[in-house]
Design a protein around this ligand. Structure first.
Ligand code: ADP
Length: 617
């Protein structure tokens, strides 16, 4: 296509991009105003990039231009222009940045949201700045004119109606940076109102580092809130700042303000969110607090500011002890950063300890959202291991549904002769409470920690011990008096009973033994003497489908009526088919409960036969 002698090239969006745009435009947002936050945030990133470049000797286009964002409203024509003096984009960058989805997984995530499988939309906007394209919520066509800061590059004009295609042609823009121009759709005309734009800027972008002008009037505060004394900061400012840093719509659960002088100097304003992000583990990889040097942002989401398990903490850290053009490699290995990290970690744990002690409700809210992160810390932060263990909370066989207790609480109410801390792991509380393996514990009011979150299941065994009390799996634990001797007559009966089971089950089990732990169930599988901790075994199976489990021992409840009946039947006729089938059935049922029954066909057939016999008249 040729227009006025200039070459206009047309491009099609990648398929994924088209779907993404469709989602954004038609179903995603109920807060269309966030388009402005997204555009300003892109401008702010672009301005930061030029600020960096200006620290080096690289030549810059418009070297003298003020670093700012300028918004012009044209009410009569429902038009909006957002212009920055940032780094701009070359032709290649335009194609790369505005023609493809940057983050892998974005589309899948957004689709899930649309299908209602994710939490509220408010969270979504916060966590997934889909950025630039959100502008298509309010307009049908966008024009981006941009000139790179690099003097070797030309200026370009990018135009798109959102769905399908975009065009690129040369532009006569002379100054460095990017301007974004569009006419608002009828139903979004309000965004061409001066006052409306001002209030949106104040709401979402008040703390952007660069001045934002709306029709030549500066509207944001450009103050570094963390440099103010904490007494001078209002609740509103804190909340606003938190929302700015996180894109969250909720209030934070708490905050920490620090000002340190001495060997390392820094100020910090950090927040603990009240709700966990929808994709916590992904967030851990990508997000963190922001690093400033003398009020200038030098790294957004600086991973080295916090240990991995505390990356849910958001906010800013500002130190004059790092150079402005510090690189990732430097922050990774810098002793200044190590010091900052250790101080912040200590302060965050201190705040949590304070909540745990003085504000249980708050701590419980925190734990529900982020408790599993503390468990991750146990294996990664040896310096704070003991503190972290004290902060853990567990659901147990004696607690109500939602309540969790500390290991200190557990130890405090241990029975006088109890020497160990028991736990059991499984998919959910109800399943664990019904497990034959804890019948003994329940009957004797011995408390058992119930581990159901995968992180809990995996890490809890590494706690090892608490105040000299070993943590052990209830389904492996040796029970008190387990080796009691019984009278001889009984012993003889029992020997033949065990013999019968052993003969029928053969080498399917490591051993068959009488159980002390079973109260109402007839049999249960427990870890064999050579077996792994049952807990670990479940984990291995979760990670490796081909993992071959070790053999287990079958425990039998000699007081169960079914076991009595089988013994009597077997005494009369050693080869009774019913006895054989019943023993097999008991074993398969135990396997089923233990999660190890791979082929249910025989189990079902046997059960059907039993029922047919029982119901025949
Ligand atoms: P994100 O900002 O999350 O990366 P966007 O879709 O908002 O995603 O933007 C994609 C990319 O386009 C940005 O990463 C940036 O490289 C580029 N970009 C967007 N707006 C600007 C701008 N005003 N100046 C320079 N580059 C920009």
């Amino acid at each position: 296509m040729e227009t006025q002698g200039q070459h206009v090239e047309q491009f099609a969006y990648k398929a994924e991009m088209q779907q993404l745009l469709h989602l954004i435009i038609h179903s995603l947002y109920t807060h269309p105003e966030v388009f402005l936050r997204e555009l300003i945030s892109n401008s702010s990133d672009a301005l930061n990039k030029v600020r960096f470049r200006s620290l080096t000797d690289t030549p810059l286009v418009s070297a003298e231009a003020e670093l700012s964002v300028r918004i012009t409203t044209d009410k009569d024509n429902s038009k909006l222009i957002i212009e920055d003096s940032g780094c701009g984009m070359s032709r290649e960058e335009l194609i790369e940045n505005l023609g493809t989805v940057a983050k892998s997984g974005t589309l899948e995530f957004l689709q899930k949201v649309r299908e209602g499988k994710q939490s509220t939309e408010g969270d979504l906007i916060g966590q997934f700045g889909v950025g630039f394209y959100s502008v298509f919520m309010v307009t049908d066509e966008v024009i981006v004119e941009t000139r790179s800061a690099d003097p070797d590059e030309k200026a370009w004009k990018w135009t798109s109606g959102g769905e399908g295609t975009y065009t690129i042609e040369p532009s006569d823009k002379e100054t460095r940076g990017t301007s974004i121009t569009f006419v608002l759709r009828e139903e979004h005309k309000e965004f061409a109102e001066d006052y409306r734009i001002q209030s949106i800027v104040k709401k979402y972008s008040n703390y952007v580092d660069f001045p934002i002008y709306v029709n030549d009037e500066k509207v944001n505060s450009v103050t570094a809130l963390w440099h103010k004394k904490s007494a001078d900061i209002t609740e509103e400012e804190l909340e606003e700042f938190y929302k700015f840093v996180t894109n969250d719509f909720d209030k934070p659960l708490g905050h920490i303000q620090l000002s340190l002088e001495g060997a390392v100097e820094f100020k910090a304003l950090l927040f603990i969110p009240s709700v966990a992000p929808a994709q916590m583990f992904r967030d851990m990889e990508e997000r963190s607090a922001n690093l400033y040097a003398n009020k200038v942002l030098i790294q957004q989401h600086c991973k080295d500011l916090l240990p991995e398990y505390l990356r849910f903490v958001r906010g800013v850290v500002d130190t004059p002890d790092l150079p402005l053009n510090v690189s990732r490699e430097v922050t990774q290995n810098s002793p200044v950063m190590a010091k900052i990290r250790s101080v912040i970690t200590g302060k965050v744990l201190g705040l949590l300890e304070d909540w745990a002690q003085n504000d249980t409700e708050k701590y419980n809210t925190f734990y529900k959202n982020f408790g599993m992160m503390l468990l991750l810390g146990i294996n990664n932060d040896y310096a704070n291991r003991e503190r972290l263990i004290k902060l853990l909370r567990f659901s147990t066989s004696l607690t109500e549904n939602d309540t969790r207790i500390s290991l200190a609480d557990y130890v405090g109410r241990m029975k006088t002769d109890q020497k160990e801390i028991y736990y059991i792991s499984g998919d959910n509380r109800a399943q664990l409470l019904g497990s034959p393996n804890i019948e003994y514990f329940v009957k004797n009011s011995l408390e058992v920690l119930l581990l159901t979150d995968p992180v809990e299941v995996f890490t809890a065994p590494y706690i090892g011990e608490y105040e000299g009390k070993r943590l052990i799996a209830a389904d492996k634990a040796e029970l008190p008096n387990e080796n009691d001797t019984t009278d001889e007559n009984k012993a003889e009966n029992e020997t033949s009973l065990l013999g019968m089971f052993k003969e029928i089950l053969g080498d399917k089990v490591e051993d068959v033994r009488l159980s002390k732990r079973l109260v109402s169930s007839a049999v249960a599988l427990v870890a064999g003497k050579q077996g792994l901790d049952p807990h670990m075994e479940k984990m291995m199976k979760m990670m490796d489908k081909d993992f071959a489990p070790t053999k287990k021992a079958l425990e039998i409840n000699p007081d169960h009526p079914l076991i009595h009946n089988l013994t009597t039947l077997a005494e009369k006729d050693k080869d009774n088919v019913l006895v054989k089938d019943a023993v097999q059935q008991l074993y398969d049922a135990a396997l089923l409960l233990d999660g190890g029954l791979t082929n249910p066909t025989d189990f079902i057939n046997r059960m059907t036969n039993f029922m047919a016999k029982a119901t025949s008249v």
